[in-house]
Design a protein around this ligand. Structure first.
Ligand SMILES: [Zn+2]
Length: 210
């Protein structure tokens, strides 16, 4: 049996090796650690819905986190069949819902980081922090940041080998931090930042598609 082991998956916040239960993808039929798969359940309205956080009750069915496995599963009506109810959903709708749920999780983790004092925001502070290059784990910059500032920030990030992701608007980032608009947010190194990086990597699969 093939074992998929991306490096982000190998350790959890306690530094231990995680090995969750294995589930089968309804598309490619591979058996994988459920952390690597997307769960779908039947809603009380008898609709197939994405359950990215795997928190909803009831029977679940899984696919890999890629569009081709979802397409295969939907083509064979595997979601409704495995859930024993509902109508087979459209790939478009499920893919969109998945994107929204991952984004929601990022937003939620960013909120937790803020409460934990792991976030520095504001272009000036972030740039000076980058110059000192201490404890920087990740940068998020708003997609409506002016191109001059964006260039400055990205240059500083790449000089210091800090990944920089473009996500949310200035207004959304600001609201998240309980402030007015914020163009750049810096996250200190730590388990929360690692969790955010993992979700951002997943969001990357959607770029250019939605
Ligand atoms: Zn698959």
């Amino acid at each position: 049996m093939r074992k998929d082991r991306p490096k982000t998956h190998r350790s959890d916040s306690a530094g231990g090796v995680r090995s969750g239960p294995r589930r089968t993808c309804a598309g490619c039929r591979k058996s994988l650690d459920q952390d690597l798969l997307v769960r779908y359940v039947l809603s009380p309205q008898d609709e197939v819905v994405v359950d990215y956080r795997r928190k909803l009750p009831g029977r679940g069915v899984y696919t890999c986190l890629n569009r081709s496995c979802l397409e295969l599963a939907v083509k064979r009506k595997q979601l409704s069949r495995s859930l024993r109810g509902g109508k087979e959903p459209s790939v478009e709708k499920m893919w969109r819902a998945l994107y929204d749920q991952i984004r929601g999780k990022v937003l939620n983790l960013l909120g937790m980081s803020r409460k934990a004092g792991q976030v520095i925001s504001g272009t000036r502070q972030v740039l000076s922090e980058l110059q000192a290059a201490k404890e920087v784990g990740l940068l998020v910059r708003a997609d409506d940041l002016s191109s001059a500032i964006a260039e400055k920030v990205e240059k500083a990030a790449s000089c210091n080998n800090v990944p920089c992701t473009v996500l949310f608007t200035k207004e959304q980032l600001g609201r998240l931090l309980g402030k007015s608009e914020r163009g750049v947010v810096m996250l200190k190194n730590g388990p929360l930042t690692a969790a955010i990086a993992k979700e951002l990597e997943r969001l990357d699969k959607f770029s250019g598609e939605l």
